[in-house]
Design a protein around this ligand. Sequence first.
Ligand SMILES: Cc1cc2nc3c(=O)[nH]c(=O)nc-3n(C[C@H](O)[C@H](O)[C@H](O)COP(=O)(O)OP(=O)(O)OC[C@H]3O[C@@H](n4cnc5c(N)ncnc54)[C@H](O)[C@@H]3O)c2cc1C
Ligand SMILES: NC(=O)c1ccc[n+]([C@@H]2O[C@H](COP(=O)([O-])OP(=O)(O)OC[C@H]3O[C@@H](n4cnc5c(N)ncnc54)[C@H](O)[C@@H]3O)[C@@H](O)[C@H]2O)c1
Length: 480
Amino acid sequence: MTTENTRTYDVVVIGAGPVGENVADRTVAAGLSTVIVESELIGGECSYWACEPSKALLRPALLRADAAKVPGLNPAVAGPLDTAAVLAHRDRMSADWNDDGQVDWLKGAGIDLVRGHGRLDGPRQVTVHTPDGEVLHLRAVHAVAVCTGTRAAFPPLPGLDTLRPWSSREATASQRVPGRLAILGAGVVAVEMATAYQALGSQVTLIAREPGLLTRMEPFAGELVADSLRAAGAELRLNTTISTATREGGPDGEVHLTLSDGSRLVADELLLATGRAPRTDDLGLDTVGLTPGGWIATDDSFTATGVSGDWLYAVGDVNRRALLTHQGKYQARIAGAVIAARAQGEPLDTARWGRHTATADLEAVPQVVFTEPEIAAVGLTTEEAERTGRRVDVVDYEIGLLAGALQHRPDYRGTARVLIDPERRTVVGATFAGPGVGELLHSATVAITSEVTVDRLWHAVPPFPTISEVWLRLLETYRG
Ligand SMILES: Cc1cc2nc3c(=O)[nH]c(=O)nc-3n(C[C@H](O)[C@H](O)[C@H](O)COP(=O)(O)OP(=O)(O)OC[C@H]3O[C@@H](n4cnc5c(N)ncnc54)[C@H](O)[C@@H]3O)c2cc1C
Ligand SMILES: NC(=O)c1ccc[n+]([C@@H]2O[C@H](COP(=O)([O-])OP(=O)(O)OC[C@H]3O[C@@H](n4cnc5c(N)ncnc54)[C@H](O)[C@@H]3O)[C@@H](O)[C@H]2O)c1
C-alpha cells in the first residue's frame, strides 16, 4: 500500500553527491532546516564511480612510471602490477560501494536524509518516491537546490543494448582487467582510463575523432600524454570514430568494431568515454517551466535562469559550468551562502570576487589530469585567449631543464606555460605538463585569484631543488 506524507523544510536538496552534501552542510550551518534526497549512494558519482576509484587505479601506474626511471629503484618495479592488490585498494577507496560512513556524516552535520527518487512538483515542492513505496511531499520554505549531476552520454551507435559497452562506471568499478580494451574518446576519462588499464595489463586501443588528445587544453599536454601512452604500448587511432560495433559470440563474446577510416578492431570490452549528460530527464523540470533532459542554466549565484521567485538553484555538474568535484563544492559553498542570505533578508554581494558570486568559475577553474605525465591547468589557455580576443603574453619553459625535475627523475620531460595580462601584469592562465606537477597547480590558482603582479611574484622564492622553481624560470624568461 502506498502511504503519502508531507514535510516542510527550509531547504530541500536533490542529489547527495559531493555538491549536494556541501550545499546542505552550508545551509544547516546557517541555521536552516535541510533535507537531502538521494536515489543511489550518498557521496554521488565522485566517491564510487569517478574521482576516488579512478585515482586509486592510476596511482600505482604513475608511481611506477616515475620509479622505473629512478636509478637504483628501477629493478624493484620491473615486474607487472599486482592487479588484485590494485583492485582491492580501489575497492577500499570507493568504500566498497557502501555509504554508511557518509550517512553518519549527514547525521553528524544535522542534515535529514530521504532515500528515493526526487522530482520537482511545481514551485518549492519536491515529491519523492521512496524504495518502500512511500510517496513523500517535501515543501521548501526558502530553496530547492538541484544537485543531480550527470551520467555518461553515449553516441548513437546501433545495438547498444546487446553491445553492452562500458561507461565510466564499469571502467572505474570493474573487478577484472580485460585483455583488450577499446576506448572511444580523447577527453579526460578516455586518457585516464587508457593510462590505468594499459598499466594494469590490458592492450588498450584509443579511438578519437580529434587529431590529438585533451584538445581543450594547451596542445603540448595532449602530445606528451599521447607519446607516453604509445611508449607504454597503447595504440592510438586518431582522426577516426566507430562506424559499427557488435558483440559477437554471446554476452561474454568479443566486440567487433569498424572504424570510419575503414579499419577494423576486435576487443574484449569497449569503453565509451564520450562526455556527460545531465540527470534532469525525470526531474519534473516541466512543472517549473524548464526543459526536461537539459542542463540547468544559472546566474553566477546559482539561481536557475527562467524560474521566477529566486527559490530554485542548480549547483555542480548539472549546471555545466565546470564538471569537477572541487569546483562543484566551491559552487555549493557560494550557493549555500546565497540561500542563507536570502532567507535572512540580507542583500547579496555579487561584486567580482564577492561572497555570493562564483567568480572563480569564470576565471580560475583548476584541473589535474592524472595521466603519465600529469597535466595541471587553471585559467585561460592560449586558444581561449585568442578566441575571446584577450591579449596575453605567453611564456613557456621546459621543466626538464630544472635541477628539481632531474632529481624527480633523470629523463624528465615536461612543459610549463603561463599566460600574462600585459597591462595588469598578472597571471591569467597556467598549464603544467610533467610528472608530479599536480601539486604545483594551486600556486597558479592562488596567483590568478589574488591577481598578484609578476613584479611581486618575483619576491616569491621557490625552494631549490624542486619542480616549483619553474616559477622563477618562467618569470626570468618573461623579464628577458
Ligand atoms: C571517471 C570520472 C573521473 C572523474 N575524476 C575526477 C577527478 O579526479 N577530480 C574531479 O574534480 N572531478 C572528477 N570527475 C568529475 C566528478 O565526478 C563530478 O564533477 C562530480 O561527481 C559532480 O558532483 P555532483 O554532486 O554535481 O554530481 P554527482 O556526483 O553525479 O552526484 C549527483 C547525485 O544525485 C543523485 N540523483 C540524481 N538524480 C536524482 C533524483 N532525481 N533524485 C535523487 N537523487 C538523484 C545521484 O544518484 C548522485 O548521487 C570525474 C568524473 C568521471 C566520470
Ligand atoms: N581528473 C579529472 O579532473 C577528471 C577525470 C575524469 C573526468 N573528469 C570530468 O568529467 C567530464 C567528462 O569527461 P569525458 O572524458 O567523458 O568528456 P569530455 O567532454 O572531456 O570528452 C569527450 C570525448 O568524447 C568524444 N566524443 C563525444 N561524442 C562523440 C561521438 N559521438 N563520437 C565520437 N567521439 C565522441 C569527444 O570528441 C571527446 O574526445 C570532464 O568534463 C571532466 O571535467 C575530470
